[in-house]
Ligand binder design. Structure first.
Ligand code: SF4
Ligand code: SF4
Length: 518
């Protein structure tokens, strides 16, 4: 059903449009929409909603407008990145993979364009997770669940699946009517086409996922010729199933019952966060155009809401935003588009539903100007944390060395006294050569007065420094023995520093530990 059709019905009659059984989360709102509400209308509290209810199918109606266009743009960009990114190439040199984004489990590397993360550098992933969490908190403090409405993968894929559904089964009214009729060849063909297209998208989604874990063009060829590792087929199957189930069947149930973010978000929000809000100060008491005219004739007030239910019919989660804040509302803004179209048709100002705050509704009711506070303690705090972590990560990435060394003292024994009275400590050392060339390193130790240093398995020296060869883009673990000839006092624990320097020249890197005596 088109927007104008529903609107015409609302204009002529009190509401008579076809709608599905009410969604459990909108039970309160449904009650509200049937009840004439006075100027003292207040949204009903969310905690009266049931903890769980069986799913009622939602038939979201097609809508056009600003927020719908933004959603299409975000959908195209995010899905385009997801499906095509594995095929983007990035030249790193002859001995390195040329895939721009690659999780290389066999060699324990993560490649992201010019960045190569080793397992020893997992703190970068920690930094990224902190940045992601803070960005989510900041988005929430500014504009509520904007992540849920536009960027969350569940929303993006569900949006795509709903578009396929409207394409194959028709828009809301047509689909509703068909679902009430007995099965015919036409109905079977439409439902079959829908599920086939859903499965194709789901399969493509699973296929794209595994391409991030191997060279994409090679893996595509191997998959097509059934020569790929069986685990690739297993993961494609798993992701095909989960995408089909989550985006095709479970949809808003995931947001309402499975995802923890709505609950966390509710605890993090405040009265200044922008949320999709029904401006009940302007909309109530709601009445159809005919009824509103009758009310005006009697000198009674009537709000701008004509109770046409267009905002409910376009909602992808089946929420009636006029009932107030709702756990099921993902803040996609499609009800704003629907209501704006209605307001335009009846010649009333747009944004009866808008991104707004409760505090502003109350201020307008009291004749005060609305206020918008983007800069608040929490938004500044989140922004500062993002800036500090971001700058720290960029600095460490820009200044990190091509080589690294770590050392671990033997736990037992801590030391060994040799027959000539000298004391020996043993260490396990790991040397990382992140360059794409084989390299030889000179090892030295500082902090002891008369120490000898030996590397088990290496007989090459440059002066008194043992030489250690490490292959390109590899790490090597060696056993190191440090022997101090000078007599040490009882209970000695001397801080020492191991240093490696590339033989061909380059920057020295160090690692610290202790040398223990008797
Ligand atoms: S809020 Fe707007 S779209 Fe929703 S019922 Fe009222 S007039 Fe119609
Ligand atoms: S109530 Fe409006 S903003 Fe919320 S999910 Fe429904 S259409 Fe989107």
């Amino acid at each position: 059903m088109c927007c104008g059709g529903g609107l015409a019905l609302a204009m002529m009659n009190d509401v008579a449009s076809v709608q599905p059984a009410p969604h459990p989360l909108t039970a309160l709102a449904d009650h509200a929409e049937r009840t004439p509400l006075g100027p003292n209308f207040e949204p009903e509290p969310e905690d009266e909603q049931p903890l769980y209810a069986a799913r009622r199918k939602v038939y979201p109606q097609r809508v056009t407008g600003t927020f719908r266009r933004v959603k299409w743009a975000v959908l195209c960009v995010t899905l385009g990145i997801y499906y095509l990114l594995p095929f983007v190439r990035w030249a790193r040199g002859p001995n390195a993979p040329s895939q721009a984004v690659l999780v290389d489990f066999p060699n324990r590397r993560f490649y992201f364009f010019f960045i190569e993360i080793w397992p020893q550098e997992f703190y970068y992933i920690t930094g990224l997770l902190i940045l992601a969490a803070m960005a989510l908190f900041l988005m929430n403090a500014i504009a509520g669940r904007i992540w849920c409405g536009y960027l969350c993968p569940q929303t993006v894929w569900t949006d795509l699946f709903q578009a396929i559904e409207r394409w194959t089964e028709g828009d809301r009214r047509e689909h509703l009517q068909r679902d009430r009729q007995p099965w015919t060849f036409d109905r079977l063909a439409r439902a079959g086409s829908k599920h086939f297209l859903w499965l194709m998208v789901a399969w493509w989604t699973g296929g794209a996922w595994v391409l991030y874990f191997a060279d994409a063009p090679t893996l595509v060829r191997d998959l097509a010729t059934f020569q790929a590792p069986y685990i690739a087929y297993v993961f494609i199957g798993l992701l095909t199933f989960t995408t089909y189930a989550l985006a095709g069947w479970m949809r808003e149930q995931v947001c309402v019952y499975m995802c923890p973010w709505p609950r966390i978000q509710a605890a993090l929000t405040d009265e200044y966060a922008l949320n999709v809000t029904y401006r009940y100060d302007r909309g109530e008491p709601r009445a159809s155009l005919k009824k509103a005219a009758a009310l005006h004739e009697q000198g009674l007030p009537a709000g701008d809401c004509i109770d046409c239910l267009q905002c409910v019919h376009v909602c992808p989660t089946g929420v009636d935003i006029r009932g107030g804040p709702n756990l099921g509302c993902i803040q996609c803004g499609l009800c704003i588009d629907a209501c704006d179209a209605v307001m335009q048709k009846i010649g009333r100002p747009a944004r009866l539903i808008a991104f707004d705050t409760d505090i502003n509704i109350k201020r307008r009711e009291q004749g005060q100007r609305p206020i918008y506070r983007i800069l608040r303690m929490r938004t500044v705090l989140y922004a500062v944390v993002i800036a500090v972590v971001g700058v720290a990560m960029i600095y460490t990435l820009a200044t990190r060395h091509n080589d690294a060394v770590s050392v671990l003292h033997d736990r037992n024994p801590l030391f060994v006294r040799l027959s000539d009275g000298s004391v020996r400590n043993a260490y396990t050392m790991r040397i990382l050569n992140k360059s794409l060339e084989p390299r030889t390193f000179l090892l030295s130790v500082a902090g002891l007065s008369e120490a000898d240093i030996d590397v088990i398995g290496s007989s090459s020296f440059s002066g008194s420094s043992p030489l250690i060869d490490v292959g390109p883009d590899q790490s090597r673990e060696v056993r190191v023995l440090v022997t101090e000839r000078e007599r040490l006092g009882a209970g000695t624990s001397v801080p020492i520093t191991f240093t490696i320097v590339p033989k061909a020249g380059g920057t020295a890197v160090s690692a610290s530990d202790h040398f223990f005596g008797p």
